[in-house]
Design a protein around this ligand. Sequence first.
Ligand code: RB5
Length: 149
Amino acid sequence: MLALACDHVGIELKEIIMDYLTELGIEYKDFGTYNTKRCNYPEFAIKAAKAVASGECDKGILFCGTGIGIGIAANKINGIRCVCCSDCYSAKLSREHNNSNMLSLGARVVGYDLAKMIVKSWLDGVYEGGRHQARIDQISSIEKHQTII
Ligand code: RB5
């Protein structure tokens, strides 16, 4: 189950990706926003991020104008590794090396077809573990202790 969320700028792209996920047979839960009325992206980022961090959802995808603000907000939740991507390589590698659990997309940055390709690359990426795990553990440790390693 994927957690989805967006702001008023990202809603159109979110709906395109919802259709794409349905085509792929992937289930999602939509945490809003649900209309184009101007809103504040952290509110929606946090709802989706908490769903991922708690295990209610496996991963999540976020949408705003640049993908940046909503991704920064999501990354404030412990356990979230959200990556803002506008290319397929970064999206895939963020899964393989960084075990990213959220992806953020910029509706004003990527076109619909590229957004779909990025989503597919991200979903298909499999975390490799191994040497990467120690680095992820260090990130988790920063979250727990708020200290610089
Ligand atoms: C909204 O104008 C815009 O700032 C927002 O969608 C996003 O791009 C922020 O990072």
